[in-house]
Every structure is written in C-alpha cells, then in structure tokens.
Design a protein around this ligand. Structure first.
Ligand code: NAG
Length: 196
C-alpha cells in the first residue's frame, strides 16, 4: 500500500514536472533585471522563435564604416530569459567597431567573409588580439562579415568613445581623466554628439 502511494505520488510529481521552456518577451511591458515579462503561452507562435534580421548586411554609411545588426531580446523576443543572443557585424575595408564592453555577457565571434582583426584588453590590461579569417577592424581589402553570439539575451553595449565623448560630462573632467588636450576633447565631443 505504501509502495502504491509512493508510486502514485511519484507519477503525480512527474506529471507535474514542468520546465518553463521559454518566456517570449512582452515588449509592451518594461524590461526588468530578470528580462521582460512573458506573453501567455497560448499566444506564443512558431514565428516568435524565428529571426531573419541577420540575413542582410547592415548599413555601413556612418562614422565607423561598420554596422552591427542585433538579435537581442528587443528584436528577437523568443530569446527572452534563454541566456543567449546574437548579432551580425558588417565591416567594409577601414570599418571599425570602437572599443566597447558588454557588461552582461561573454561573446563569441565567427567570421563569415574576409579578415577581421579582433581582440580584447583584459582587466589586467593584457592585450589579446588576432587577425581572424573567414571575426572586428577589417584588416583586409574586401568587406568582412561576422556573426557574434552572447551568453545573455541582453548583453548590453557600452562603447568607450561614446562613454567618453558623446555625453555632457564637462570637457575639463574628460580631459583630466583621459590626459587628452581639452581642444581635442571638444573636437571629439563635436564629432560624436557630446556637449560640455
Ligand atoms: C545608409 O545610411 C545613410 C546615413 O544615415 C543614409 O544616407 C542612406 O540612405 C542609408 N542607405 C540605405 C540603403 O538605407
């Protein structure tokens, strides 16, 4: 009898063993540190798990001659809560992705076409840089493209140049912390849309 009750309770436990496979983002609601609230499963469609945004090159007519097309939760709601995301990088010759950090994720870079010199500076300021064949300055003579994946659905992106020059942090403070001449700081603020 005890065994039967145990078995029954086990079956009951198994039948209730629910794993939440997904949490398609409700982008109409505010994002929280744990991601977006989920839309109700009854409203989830196969297309919520499909993203076609990485199939075409991004527009590289800009100051960095490069395009990053993101497949983060905001563009690809099916990723919400799944702990990964993706992006496409397009780099014509001379294109650069400025130094940046992704506060919420680690990153893998996979070169599709061309040559890309990519790397990072460690927290100990050691430099790890390498030219990758068919990953970010395009060192070749032809356009390069790469896919990147992140270990978070919301990797975040903080671009060093913007952090320093695209806001209203006063020129004298930027100058004091970067050791750059104030005239140069003002010039860079002008180029990147900063004030002060
Ligand atoms: C690319 O961006 C530039 C600068 O914003 C714009 O002038 C141009 O029309 C865009 N090209 C395409 C194909 O959207």
């Amino acid at each position: 009898m005890l065994r039967i009750i145990f078995l029954l309770s086990l079956i009951f436990a198994l039948s209730n063993a629910s794993v939440q496979d997904f949490c398609v983002a409700n982008l109409k609601r505010a994002e929280t540190p744990a991601g977006y609230p989920c839309i109700r499963p009854i409203h989830v469609k196969a297309k919520d798990f499909v993203f076609s945004g990485l199939g075409t090159p991004g527009n590289t007519t800009n100051i960095i001659s490069a395009a990053v097309t993101s497949g983060f939760t905001a563009q690809f709601p099916g990723l919400n809560g799944l702990g990964l995301s993706t992006a496409r990088v397009d780099l014509p010759p001379k294109g650069v992705i400025p130094m940046h950090t992704h506060p919420g994720a680690s990153e893998v870079l996979y070169v599709l076409d061309g040559y890309i010199t990519a790397g990072f500076v460690s927290s100990a300021n050691s430099v790890y840089v390498q030219t990758l064949k068919p990953g970010q300055i395009n060192a070749g003579k032809s356009a390069a493209a790469a896919f990147v994946t992140f270990s978070s659905a919301s990797p975040g992106l903080q671009i060093l140049d913007f952090t320093l020059f695209a806001n209203n942090l006063p020129t004298e403070l930027v100058s004091a912390t970067t050791f750059l001449d104030p005239t140069l700081v003002k010039k860079l603020k002008g180029v990147l849309g900063g004030t002060g």
